[in-house]
Design a protein around this ligand. Structure first.
Ligand code: NDP
Ligand code: N5H
Length: 257
């Protein structure tokens, strides 16, 4: 008997696919493999055609919707539309973050008020905004995941304001888990090790972070987006029932050092 969960006829929303390297894309492929009905959201019209061609690789036909998470009205109308087109929502993968590149190097305190507010808005508040908008449409045992990073727990050079944003995100996961638990909805985070994606491109000293992990982490290797996605499948499916308010590190064990 296979223990691979079957998600046939269940609707999952995946937010944050920029291209084929995105962690969200690995999550979408894994959910698709398990038979899920997918809704993929993108930030703006200019990302639509790229996502359409990626989505054509999926087994099931996905619904594509624009959703800029800085806009409450856009979030509300996206989730209304998801409900109209795909019924109740079994799960959401939130894989969205942004900070001004200029603030992701050098001294932490050199950032501006505006850079700080934008990073916290897109990378932390958006999780709560999304969960709030989905509330009327959640299945009774729905599950939400978000992506976080070790730089929210301890100082990692250059992560700067994103560290503060991830700390806020990790804390939001706990408050949301507590509030939504009585409704049967679980909320968890995956703390991923460094993975070469568009966001990671050209920021800080990414290569040295990859090689430090390879040399020191218990598993002595880096992780793949697919490994993050299989933990995502566990949390988003019934296999993770009983787990909420948790941060699971998928980082070859680096965080224990
Ligand atoms: P990607 O660049 O592939 O994904 C980041 C996504 O954020 C993009 O799809 C981007 O959408 C989206 N986004 C930014 N601003 C907005 C907005 N206003 N509205 C909607 N979407 C927006 O990078 P990753 O896959 O690496 O990042 C996904 C998550 O994983 C992030 O939370 C990141 O912090 C986290 N993470 C990444 C690690 C890594 O090493 N790569 C390690 C640990 C955590 P668009 O392209 O359409 O603008
Ligand atoms: C310690 C590190 C390396 C240094 C810090 C990296 C922080 C990255 C996170 C943010 C989200 C990256 C970011 O916002 C980049 C943008 O300024 C510019 N890029 C874009 O606009 C592209 C086009 C779009 C698609 O990107 C977004 N985000 O919209 C951390 C690394 C070891 C791990 C890592 C990379 C963590 C993480 O949170 O992503």
């Amino acid at each position: 008997m296979s223990i691979f969960p079957t998600l046939t006829n269940k609707t999952y929303v995946v937010m944050g696919i920029a291209n084929k390297r995105s962690i969200a894309w690995a999550i979408a492929k894994t959910l698709d493999e398990a038979g899920a009905k997918l809704v993929l959201t993108y930030a703006a019209e200019r990302f639509k055609s790229g996502l359409e061609s990626l989505a054509s690789e999926l087994k099931q036909e996905a619904i594509l919707l624009e959703c800029d998470v800085t806009n409450d009205e856009a979030i509300d109308s996206t989730f209304r539309s998801i409900h109209e087109q795909a019924g109740e929502i079994q799960g959401i993968a939130h894989s969205i973050a942004f900070a001004d590149k200029e603030a992701l190097r050098g001294e932490f305190s050199e950032m501006t008020r505006g850079q700080f507010a934008q990073a916290l808005d897109i990378s932390a508040y958006s999780l709560t905004a999304v969960v709030k908008a989905a509330k009327p449409y959640f299945a009774q045992d729905a599950s939400v995941i978000t992506l976080t990073y070790l730089g929210g727990e301890r100082v990692v050079p250059n992560y700067n304001l994103m560290g503060v944003a991830k700390a806020a995100l990790d804390s939001s996961v706990k408050y949301l888990a507590n509030e939504y638990g009585p409704h049967g909805v679980r909320v968890n985070a995956i703390s991923a090790g460094p993975i070469r994606t568009l966001s990671a491109k050209g920021v800080g000293d990414f290569n040295s972070i990859l090689s430090e992990l390879e040399q020191k982490a218990p598993l002595r290797r880096n992780v793949s987006a697919e490994e993050v996605a299989s933990t995502g499948l566990f949390l988003l499916s019934g296999m993770g029932s009983g787990v909420t308010g948790e941060v699971i590190h998928v980082d070859s064990g680096y965080h224990i050092l």
